[in-house]
Unconditional design. Structure first.
Length: 139
């Protein structure tokens, strides 16, 4: 079996820390499975170095809050010289919860799974539907 994938959430302000703490509280995930990093106070080079250092040497996924901006740019630059690293943009809590339970999957399979999970967790409703908010969402 290959080495489990490490996840690094990189975001603006304190979003990453909040998401990682939520995953740990809900799932009891091991501390090294998922890490948090803020771009606060970092220029492009410093952020890229922080991402590299926080990710470590093994296989990893960098989760970013948005598909553009300093967090995503730093993550994408990192993948240029690391074959065992992927970037997933638009991170959400259901995606991260799925990650901690399936991080032993091969990286390409894991990335596809997480993107699908993240997208399926996004729902919406109008006022007339919201009146039945206590019912489970129709699948």
């Amino acid at each position: 079996m290959s080495e489990p994938v490490v996840g690094l959430v990189v975001s603006h302000a304190t979003l990453a820390e909040g998401l990682v703490q939520s995953v740990r509280q809900i799932a009891g995930a091991e501390a090294d499975a998922l890490r948090a990093l803020s771009n606060e106070g970092c220029g492009p080079e410093a952020l890229q170095k922080s991402v590299r250092d926080a990710l470590g040497d093994g296989p990893g996924i960098v989760f970013t809050d948005m598909p553009s901006g300093s967090c995503a740019f730093a993550a994408r630059r990192l993948t240029l010289d690391r074959d065992d690293t992927a970037v997933v943009c638009g991170v959400n809590l259901p995606m991260l919860l799925d990650f901690v339970f399936h991080r032993d999957l091969p990286l390409p399979e894991l990335v596809d799974r997480l993107v699908s999970k993240g997208k399926s967790a996004i729902t919406g409703s109008c006022r007339e539907v919201a009146g039945h908010g206590d019912r489970a969402a129709a699948g």
